[in-house]
Design a protein around this ligand. Structure first.
Ligand SMILES: N=CN[C@@H](CCC(=O)O)C(=O)O
Ligand SMILES: [Mn+2]
Ligand SMILES: [Mn+2]
Length: 322
């Protein structure tokens, strides 16, 4: 079976407004694409690639459902208004899927696609899927950067309730991606630069806090990652950004309070609010270091009125329309 499911354009639909010579909504701008079809264009190109996989969540003893995350986000992206400043093509590359429960092969496949998309110069928004997407995504960025002349460091910014630094001695799961990255960095003698915002003491064991300290992880707990503490958050972000050449942003939707994001594998009653995330995005956009972005852990069967999928889509809109 092919591990890439081509784009399903039936997901991209919305209301029909008066034609004013410019697309009103995202669904009117979407084209199904594939790496071999990608051509340089005078227009801005935005790539959407799904990671329709919850094998990592299953292995992490979580509640499954994130396999349906990418398509649920697409449906909410479809109805966004077009506020792009210049002519933009939205290219849907379909979903990477997990065949025969082989998560490692899925990750390799996904990394290769990410690296190829970056080589083509398109900005990618990757939609999960379990948070093991982060290992595959980071590895793809690394592969791309390793092919460049100048060596470049990647800073990972993870907005999450969890460190996801579980030891992978019993296999790779949605709870191990950043531990895996740390080990790869060690092997390759590269810096492991990981900043995790929104960590919840009630959702991470002492062992995870110890691992974070041993690995030199920068983190702010949910009690500090609030708009009231913006000065400290901004300082934390700026010091981290200074150390790195490129930033990979990963948003685990379970970092948000379940009031905003009920539809996730592991909900967080005491998570953060959208206001602090938007301020964070402003700093990342201004840094001009952002190389690639993903959103993870949407589990549509637990969502309410598409609130979580809609939140994910609006975060994407905020990021790319400016
Ligand atoms: N990617 C999620 N990781 C969390 C899940 C916690 C949970 O299922 O409650 C973790 O392993 O800590
Ligand atoms: Mn999480
Ligand atoms: Mn996570």
């Amino acid at each position: 079976m092919n591990a890439l499911k081509p784009a399903d354009l039936s997901l991209w639909k919305g209301r029909k407004d008066e034609n004013l010579g410019r697309p009103n909504y995202w669904y009117e701008m979407v084209k199904a694409s594939a790496l071999e079809k990608l051509k340089p264009s005078a227009n801005k190109q935005l790539a959407i690639l799904g990671y329709a996989v919850d094998e990592g969540v299953k292995r992490n003893q979580g509640r499954v459902g994130a396999i349906d995350g990418p398509d649920a986000i697409r449906k909410m992206l479809a109805i966004l208004p077009n506020h792009f400043q210049s002519q933009t093509e939205i290219l849907d590359f379909g979903n990477v899927i997990c065949v025969d429960e082989d998560l490692d092969a899925t990750h390799s496949n996904f990394s290769k696609t990410v690296s190829q998309l970056l080589s083509q110069g398109v900005f990618s928004i990757l939609l999960g899927g379990g948070h093991d997407i982060a290992y595959a995504h980071y590895t793809g960025i690394r592969q791309f950067l390793d092919g460049q002349e100048k060596s470049q460091t990647i800073g990972i910014i993870n907005l999450d309730a969890h460190f996801d630094l579980r030891n992978n001695k019993n296999g790779n799961t949605s709870g191990t991606p950043f531990f895996q990255i740390s080990q790869d960095c060690k092997t390759k003698n590269q810096a492991f630069e990981y900043c995790c915002l929104g960590i919840q003491r009630s959702a991470n064991t002492q062992t995870l806090f110890n691992t974070a300290d041993e690995l030199g992880v920068t983190y702010l707990e949910n009690t500090e990652y609030t708009i009231e503490h913006w000065a400290e958050v901004k300082n934390c972000l700026n010091s981290f950004l200074q150390k790195v050449d490129k930033v990979y942003l990963t948003i685990d939707l379970d970092g948000f309070s379940s009031a905003y994001a009920p539809g996730v594998s592991a909900p967080s009653p005491m998570g953060f609010a959208p206001d602090i995330v938007l301020k964070t995005l402003d700093v990342l956009i201004e840094s001009q270091k952002l190389i690639s972005v993903d959103l993870a852990e949407l589990s549509p069967k637990y969502d309410q009125d598409n609130a979580t999928a809609r939140l994910a889509a609006r975060l994407v809109h905020y990021l790319v329309s400016r």
